[in-house]
Structure formats: C-alpha cells, structure tokens
Design a protein around this ligand. Structure first.
Ligand SMILES: Nc1nc2c(ncn2[C@@H]2O[C@H](COP(=O)(O)OP(=O)(O)OP(=O)(O)O)[C@@H](O)[C@H]2O)c(=O)[nH]1
Ligand SMILES: [Mg+2]
Length: 569
C-alpha cells in the first residue's frame, strides 16, 4: 500500500535489503551491459544508482516531502499552514519563492540530508506549540494527527512555470531527490498542460508517493469543488497515476489541512517513502534499459557450425596437408617395403611434408643435430602451406557471418553489433592461429609392423638374389679362366644360383608391388586418422576466435537481462 494514502500508518515497507539488492542488480547490469545499453538510459540508471547509494548512506530516518506546483497555487501558504508559522514568504508579486525552504519535525539531525538536498533555508517546527492560528490569517492546521510527524522534512519549492527558468531548474533538481511529491494546484491551473505533461506523467511511476492537492478550494462553491477534484483525478489517471485521489484544501478556511497532515504522518510513520521512491526510480531505470535487451539468447553450442569448420579447414590448407600426409605415407612405405634395388629412386621425390615444412610435427625425435628449415619453421611458427585463396577467405567470411547471424538472432542491434565485433576482425590473427594449429597437430603415427616384416623379407630376398648373382659371376669367371668348376646344385634341371637370382628378383618385385597396393589402403587410413586430428585442431581455433568471443557477448547479454529483471522485478 502507498505510504501516503489514507488510513492509519499501515504501509508496505520496502526493506533496506530489497532496495540494496535492486540497486546492486541495476549497477551490475550497467557493468555487464556496458556499451550495448542505450546511453540515455544508462545516464538515468547511473544517476539513480548514485542517488540510492547516497540516500541510503545518509543517517537519520527522514521523509522528504516536496510541495511543488505552479506559481501562485499556494505552496508557501500550505507550507506555513503545515509548519504552523509564517516561515515562507507569501507575496503578491509572482513568482515569490526562488529557493526551497525546509521545515523539520523531530529531534533527529537532518543537516546531512539537507546538505545533500542542497536546501539552505531550514526551520525547525516547534511541535510542542499550539496549532498556528493560520498563515495569512488562516485558521489552518487544526486537529491532531494519528501518529507523529517526527522525521518529516517538508520542502516549499519554487514554482516550475514562471518566467524564471532558474526556478524550474531548482524545482526539478530537488524533485529528483525527494521522497514524496505533493502536487499543489488551484482552480485556475489544475488542468495546466505543463504540470501534467512535464511533471506528473513523467513521475507517474512514483504514484505510491504522489499526492495531488486542489488548493484555494474556498474560492469555489462546494459543488464546484467536487467537480474539479473529480476532473483532476481523471487527469491524473490519464497521466499514469493509478488510484489518484485529490485532496481539496484551503489555507484560508483550513479545509483539508488536517487530512493533508494525516497523510504526511502516514508517510513518515511507514519509514517507507524514501525507499519506495528509490525503488520506483530503480524500476523505472531498469525497465527503460530492459527494452534494449532481448528476452533470451542463443546457446552457442547449438548453433550449426559445420559450414564454419569446413571453411576454416579449407583455409588452414587441411586438404593440401592431408594429400601430403597420404603421399608421405606411401613414400615411407615404399622406402621400407619396396623392392630393395628400386628403393634408391625414392631420393628423386621430395618429402611432401618437408615441402610444407611440416616434417617435424610427428613428434619424432630429431635425427639431425644441425639447424635446418624445420627448426626455423618451429621458431617462426609458420608452415609453408599456401595462403588461403580469395575464394577460400571469402568462404570463411561468409560462414563466420552466417554463424554470427544465427548466434545473435533476436538480439537488439547494439548487441548484434557487439557479437560481430567480438569475432576475429580479419587482422590475420585467425589465419596465423590456423597455421599454428596445423603445425601443432601430429601428422605422423607409428610405423606399421607390416613395414618391418616386409622389410626383412625384402632384405632376405635381395640377399638371395645377390648371392645367386655372385654365385653366377664366380662360375662365369672360373669358366673364363678355364679353371675346373665345382659341382653346382640344381633344382630339377635349373641350377640353384639361377633359381636364387630369379626367385629373389621376381618375388622381391612381386612383394614390392603388393606392398605398394597395401600402402594405398594404409595411406587412406592414415589420412582419416590425421584428418580427425586436424579437424579437432581447427575446431579449437574456431572456438577460440569465434565461438568463445560470441559466447562471451551472449553471456553478458544474459547477465544484463537477469540483473535488469531482478532490479525491475
Ligand atoms: N483564497 C485563497 N488564497 C490563497 C490560498 N492559498 C494561498 N492563497 C493566496 O495565493 C497567493 C499565492 O500564495 P503563495 O503561497 O505565495 O503561492 P506559491 O505557490 O508559493 O507561489 P510561488 O512562490 O510564486 O510559486 C497568495 O496571495 C496567497 O494569499 C487559499 O487557500 N485560498
Ligand atoms: Mg511560494
């Protein structure tokens, strides 16, 4: 319930803890929302947070009530009637009041609060004194209030509609800080557009701490008072003040002054008005900012990324590397399983991985001690994989944009922009990381056992063929020198050296051909194994340069949304 509505001092208090947590949530939202929040909303929210912190830090349990309204409506007269003394100047020349005056009830020191409010003129109300005999000759504040006014700080504000712009500025400045608004109007100006459009409706979210007064009611017939208060009520509802009740007062007859006092006593008794006002401010600021935040955000882990990974793999030169891996396997297989006397041809073909400067990546212990190209490459951290072509680079660009678009779907423009800015800005860092990922991936694996077995066989066959050949050469030499030739064993009618030579050569070549065929299958398998490793490495680069930055922005968005919802909830 509103602290200022009628009834005994029953109000729904806003606890300090609730206000504190709302303030914290709003300031956290400002941190997490950073530049993605609407700047004008951020300015308002910052002011509100500062105000809440400052106001909460001021000692004493005061309720600040401002009498605000058009010039000549009778703010100063009402102030004097409530204070019970002629403190504020009531003049015939308009506008009269140029600086706010404070009336203080109770013993609690309000100087810190008044300094913060920037109000110099202070009057301590003598609560022990008998009710004043009115201001400007009014019978004024008669009657006792239920509860006490101790702790009330009543402010008589300058008008906000005269030719004096400084008055309006001062009124606006103080209205920003007070706890309770009492809009003072009169029969001539109660429908004034300035009051309704520029003040009441802008502060309508504070309806719990808002009260409207139709002063100078003595100037009207009782019927007219009723009609005008109803009219004013409707206007207030149109301004956004729910449950708007208007109080008709007269400082001449004293009508309504007691009821006004009672309402102020209610506001004071609840000790809730200041927190109520700050809470409404926080809710207003958080709601304004909430409009610039979406209701949900995408889960980056669920955004399709196949296109992204494939395009990055191509940009990283993975297909080229895989071809080299397969060729390298076949070449190495030939070096170990090819026919012994044909292996020297291997030296003609350049090492495909070495050509890409990827030859050290298998994690094999270095065989050479001297510095070579691979060491230089390891230091520089660069391969010789050709740089991505224009079409490959634009495929990456397109896939990245698609991913970013999907991930930021439904987000407001500022957040979408933040997501776009978060991913790699095309400064070459992505290309470097892809290159390093390929370099850092093991491209080789253990030598297959069958290479070893076939190698032994090839050596045996080669030796058999060689022995057969030498044997034949010796026999031929003896025949040439016409020396007696030893008995030559034979297999059937074929001499053994010939069998050894022919069998050694033919079986060796056959085994080589068979191994070459088998190496093709092995190369395909090796290609698959390495492709998996490279895909993982490239995916990690995609994570580092695209997914994680995007996720960070989305997390910030989520935090901002949750904080704003908690602040405004
Ligand atoms: N008839 C009648 N006159 C009033 C009443 N209240 C104030 N007045 C007169 O209205 C005139 C303006 O009163 P102020 O109290 O100075 O009005 P104000 O709102 O403080 O004016 P500014 O300080 O210029 O903003 C004075 O002449 C008062 O005597 C009232 O209830 N009835
Ligand atoms: Mg005045």
């Amino acid at each position: 319930m509103s602290p200022i509505r009628m009834g005994r001092a029953s109000v729904r208090a806003v606890s300090a803890a609730e206000l504190g947590s709302r303030t914290t949530d709003l300031s956290m939202a400002l941190v997490s929302g950073a530049d993605e929040l609407d700047p004008s909303g951020v300015t308002v929210a910052r002011r509100v947070v500062d105000k809440a912190v400052e106001r909460s830090g001021i000692g004493g349990d005061h309720t600040v009530v401002a009498l605000a309204g058009a010039t000549g409506s009778g703010k100063s007269s009402l102030f004097n009637a409530l204070v019970g003394a002629d403190v504020a100047t009531i003049g015939a020349r308009r506008p009269t009041t140029s600086r706010p005056t404070a009336g203080l009830w109770g013993d609690s020191d309000a100087s810190e609060l008044l300094d913060w409010l920037g109000v110099a003129a202070r009057h301590v109300v003598d609560t022990g004194a008998a009710p004043a005999k009115g201001t400007a000759g009014a019978p004024a504040a008669s009657g006792q209030v239920a509860g006490s006014l101790d702790g009330l700080v009543l402010l008589d504000l300058p008008d906000f509609d005269s030719r004096e712009l400084a008055h309006r500025r001062e009124a606006e400045r103080v209205l920003e800080l007070v706890d309770v608004f009492v809009w003072v109007t009169d029969p001539q100006k109660y429908a004034d557009a300035r009051l309704h459009d520029e003040f009441v409706s802008l502060l309508s979210q504070h309806d719990a701490v808002t009260l409207a007064v139709l002063n100078q009611s003595d100037r009207l017939a009782p019927e007219a008072v009723k009609t005008l208060t109803q009219d004013l009520s409707k206007l207030l509802v149109a301004d956004g003040v729910t449950d708007a009740k208007v109080l008709a007062t007269s400082t001449v007859t004293g009508q309504g002054i007691a009821e006004l006092k009672q309402r102020l006593a209610n506001a004071v008794a609840g000790h809730a008005a200041s927190r109520q006002r700050l809470k409404a401010d926080i809710i207003g600021a958080a709601t304004k900012l909430r409009a610039g935040v979406a209701d949900s955000e995408a889960d980056v882990g669920r955004v399709p990324r196949d296109e992204l990974d494939v395009s990055l793999a191509r940009a990283a030169g993975v297909p080229i590397v895989l071809d080299a891996v397969a060729r390298d396997y076949r070449r190495e297989a030939f070096a170990h399983t090819g026919w012994l006397f044909a292996r020297w041809t291997k030296g003609f073909a350049a090492d495909p991985l070495r050509r890409l400067r990827l030859d050290r990546t298998g994690g094999r212990p270095p065989i050479h001690v001297e510095i070579d190209g691979a060491d230089v490459r390891a230091v520089l951290g660069r391969s010789s994989i050709p740089a991505p072509t224009v079409s490959t680079a634009s495929a990456v660009d397109l896939a990245t944009r698609t991913f970013v678009r999907e991930a930021s779907q439904g987000l407001p423009v500022r957040w979408t922009q933040a997501v776009e800015d978060a991913v790699d800005g095309g400064d070459g860092a992505l290309t470097d990381s892809l290159d390093r990922a390929v370099i850092g991936t093991s491209l080789r694996a253990r030598r297959p056992v069958w290479w070893f077995v076939v190698n032994v066989l090839q050596w045996v066959l080669g030796l058999v063929a060689l022995v057969g050949l030498i044997w034949y050469a010796v026999l031929w030499g003896l025949a040439l020198l016409q020396l007696p030739r030893p008995e030559t064993p034979s297999v059937g009618i074929v001499p053994l050296p010939l069998v050894m030579l022919v069998a050694g050569v033919l079986v060796g070549i056959g085994l080589g051909v068979l191994s070459r065929w088998w190496a093709r299958i092995g190369a395909r398998h090796r290609r698959t194994v390495v492709a998996k490793r490279l895909t993982e490495s490239v995916a990690m680069v995609a994570d580092e340069h695209i997914l994680i930055p995007v996720d960070e922005v989305l997390m910030r968005h989520r935090e901002t949304r949750e904080h704003l919802e908690a602040a405004a909830g």
